[in-house]
Design a protein around this ligand. Structure first.
Ligand SMILES: [Zn+2]
Length: 296
């Protein structure tokens, strides 16, 4: 599970040109919940490709109850964790064991949404990891493989091989390299976009929204040599324009965090999981999700 840091690699421009030409909704076939009834106000992104393809984006409203999805960031042993985004490897294993004992299987978001669309999502729970921390190949992937689980890793496309520069006051944490992203995709992990630069997207201009959604998709698709169909909002911060930009960029779905009462396909709610979450707390969160359709 090569966790060795491979620095300095960047996507070949020719690869990107090719991807730019072929990156399109065709790549979304078979991914989550494609509803062809696009709403009339769906197509507003200032880009020639968006004008052609974005109009085919699925409805914003997610029909049915959003499936239970856990949100992680980092799994590691660290001296300080001011933003509470880190779960120790020991706790993470116990959480996966808790799922297994309850006959639940952790899956990627794409698999989860596809299963839900087919009416076969019972017993499945989405496992998602934001930011693309370098501990994922070392601490997460081996556990997923051991349990027969899968997950989605949302990568900040413009920061691969770098560090969490957006947390200016927090501890510096390394991020997965391009080579590691490729290895994760080869291992079957779903690679999603966590934007280009990890900017807060609510309130951004149309041009910047297109950059964060479309450009990050192109970069990641060039890396994994396949479709990238999921988008994850930095800080969970979205507004209607930002969500529409995700749809217009050709993603099949987007995820946010919580407190979203009306489910949007572009900002599906997820359940925060932290170091304090043992079985009892996880059970309480699961019950809240069952009762309300979202957790937090
Ligand atoms: Zn993030």
């Amino acid at each position: 599970m090569g966790a060795e840091p491979l620095q300095g690699e960047r996507s070949a421009p020719s690869e990107l040109v090719r991807l730019k030409q072929q990156a399109a909704p065709a790549a979304l076939d078979g991914a989550a919940g494609r509803d062809e009834t696009a709403s009339p106000d769906e197509a507003a992104v200032p880009d020639e490709a968006a004008a052609q393809e974005g109009a085919q984006a699925p409805d914003r409203v997610f029909t049915g109850r959003p499936p239970w999805t856990l949100m992680y960031h980092s799994v590691d042993t660290v001296p300080e964790d001011p933003y509470l985004v880190t779960v120790t490897p020991e706790r993470f294993v116990r959480q996966m064991e808790w799922l297994r004992r309850r006959r639940m299987r952790g899956v990627s978001m794409s698999e989860l949404l596809l299963a839900q669309e087919r009416g076969s999502a019972s017993g499945l729970v989405g496992l998602t990891f934001d930011d693309g921390y370098a501990d994922f190949p070392r601490e997460v992937l081996p556990v997923l493989l051991r349990y027969g689980f899968n997950a989605t890793a949302y990568i900040v496309a413009g920061r691969m091989g770098g560090h969490n520069a957006w947390d200016v006051d927090g501890p510096r944490r390394p991020l997965v390299t391009i080579a590691q992203v490729r290895q994760l995709a080869s291992a079957g992990v779903e690679i999603g976009s966590h934007s280009l630069s990890h900017r807060r997207m609510a309130g951004l201009s149309g041009e910047d929204l297109a950059l964060e959604t479309r450009r990050s998709k192109e970069l990641l698709e060039a890396v994994v040599d396949g479709p990238v169909t999921g988008f994850c909002f930095p800080y969970g911060a979205s507004d209607e324009a930002a969500e529409r930009a995700v749809g217009a960029a050709g993603y099949a779905y987007g995820v946010g965090i919580c407190h979203q009462h009306t489910a949007s396909r572009w900002a599906l709610p997820r359940c925060y999981v932290g170091e304090r979450d043992g079985g009892l707390r996880l059970r309480a969160k699961q019950i809240r999700h069952t009762l309300r359709g979202w957790t937090c």
